[in-house]
Design a protein around this ligand. Structure first.
Ligand code: IMP
Ligand code: MG
Length: 479
């Protein structure tokens, strides 16, 4: 029995090329795909920006409760698809295979027997999946599979269009007047991966994006009450923040709504004791982010920062790892830490507090390129004698490597017992002089970054995180 592939593909390409929103296009593709291969249900999923969770962009024949059964972790749910393979499960009642299924119970409740999963790939990389569900155990022919791969190719184009749209939208939002679009504007403005029910949700999402916190929108519906015909009341919290394993429901300041939502949250906690959920208004969420180390530093201080590259928490975690390694390598020794002012102050401070060694911190200052001096000069020398001492150069960032190269030569000339280098950031792609680095916090790409001691024209040093400066500001150049 072969499907009617050609009319289906015609229909799918037509709707994909329409001005409808992503969700409507997705639903339509899911319907055509399911019917053509004689499945009863289908969902089209795209990987989220951190490529960990699958987000539904279209569905057919599946209940809302099923679609929102929880965050769909791409590595736990039919993980082989992530390797670019087609996955076929003949019968999910078959216990032997259910370890590749994240929510076997919900699948059975939905009355599902067979599942066929096909990867959506873009330049050899998996960006999403198409899943077909059947009520009775069912085989799929080679032609069915090849048809679904073609549908997946069309979905890949949609994915690309969505990404492009996201970039564009970002450009417009950040600086409406000044930034000229780099790419021609798309005919549709509905290609958002997520349709927020309320503007405050979009705002919250933007705040989370700024801090690079992974979020999923309404991934799970919690049944709260059951009647004769099944679930009688459900509660679907707005967000799930995976890093904190936390569900968040946003609320306005309207008292009547708060009371109702409080009741639901209480009930949810009773029924699902393992679930973390918080009801937040705008003041709350700013505070919440601060508590998790994403301290909101205030408008004036962060103006010009496009996004956070490493949060306060990530920085502290990494510093502890470096400090542990250094403490092990120098066990039983005394160490002189040499930093170059001023960028290194934050890192030096955090690092030395985490070292379990006796240390002597010392600082140098040098004149930079672009200042009055024509050659690099030492404007503040070390206070301690380092001859015969173990010296660790501590740097905030190594860019071209010129500064470090100069300073290392200077220090070597004083004959220390040993000399090594620890830098928090390594912008390796920009390297002009090859300098040996013994300990590196993070390797970063060629973006101008500020915060955690690093400045642009003397500003931003006191940000508790490392942020990327807006491209416009970067072009004006601080270096
Ligand atoms: P290098 O001599 O090119 O390796 O320059 C290293 C110095 O340049 C660092 O110590 C910083 O002071 C500065 N620098 C390099 N890249 C950045 C950046 O992205 N933000 C802020 N300062 C930077
Ligand atoms: Mg420096």
């Amino acid at each position: 029995m072969s499907g009617n592939y050609y009319p289906a593909l015609k229909q799918i390409s037509k709707v994909s090329n329409s001005a409808f929103g992503l969700r409507k296009i997705g639903n339509s593709i899911a319907k055509s795909a399911a019917k053509t291969v004689h499945g009863q249900g289908c969902r089209i999923l795209f990987l989220n920006p951190l490529k960990r969770y699958l987000v539904t962009v279209g569905a057919y024949g599946l209940s809302d409760l099923f679609l929102r059964k929880g965050p769909l972790d791409a590595r736990k749910s039919l993980p082989d698809i992530l390797d670019g393979r087609i996955v076929y499960i003949a019968d999910i009642a078959d216990i032997a295979v259910t370890h590749g299924i994240q929510y076997p119970e919900e699948d059975r409740d939905q009355g599902i027997s067979s599942i066929l999963g096909v990867p959506i790939t873009k330049n050899g990389e998996v960006v999403g999946e198409i899943r077909i569900y059947t009520r009775e155990p069912q085989e799929f022919s080679e032609s069915d599979r090849s048809f679904l791969l073609s549908v997946a190719d069309i979905c890949a184009l949609l994915f690309e269009k969505m990404e492009l749209y996201r970039l564009l939208e970002k450009g417009y939002k950040s600086d409406k007047e000044r930034i000229e679009p780099q790419v021609p504007q798309l005919p549709t403005s509905a290609l958002r991966p997520t349709n927020f029910a309320h503007p405050s949700e979009g705002e919250f999402a933007k705040l989370l994006d700024f801090y690079r916190i992974e979020w999923l929108y309404e991934p799970r519906a919690f049944p709260l009450r059951w009647g004769k015909n099944g679930v009688a009341e459900m509660f679907t919290p707005d967000f799930y923040l995976s890093e904190m394993d936390l569900y968040v429901e946003l609320t306005t300041l309207k008292q009547s709504l708060i009371t109702e939502k409080n009741r639901k949250v209480r009930r949810l906690r009773e029924l699902y004791p393992g679930i973390n959920i918080k009801l937040l208004n705008k003041n709350d969420y700013t505070r919440l982010l601060a508590k998790y180390g994403y301290g909101f530093a205030g408008e004036a201080k962060t103006e010009g920062v496009e996004h956070v590259l490493y949060s306060h928490t990530q920085i502290q975690r990494r510093v502890r790892v470096l400090a542990k390694r250094i403490s092990q390598d120098y066990a039983g020794e005394k160490l002189v830490l040499v930093g170059i002012l001023k960028g290194v102050v934050c890192f030096m401070s955090d690092l030395m507090q985490n070292l379990s060694l006796p240390v002597i911190p010392d600082f140098m200052a040098i004149s930079r390129y672009g200042s009055d001096a024509h050659v690099v000069q030492i404007t503040k020398d070390l206070d301690s004698t380092i001859t015969g001492q173990h010296v660790l150069m501590v740097e905030d960032i190594v860019d071209t490597g010129m500064t470090l190269n100069y300073v290392l030569k200077y220090i070597s000339a004083r004959n220390p017992a040993s000399l090594r280098v620890c830098t928090f950031l390594d912008k390796r792609v920009r390297r002009l002089v090859d300098v040996p680095l013994d300990y590196v916090g993070f390797e970063i790409t060629d973006e101008f970054i500020v915060g955690y001691g690093l400045d642009r024209g003397g500003e931003y040093r006191n940000l508790p995180f490392i942020g990327v400066l807006h491209q416009e500001l970067m072009k004006e150049g601080a270096k």
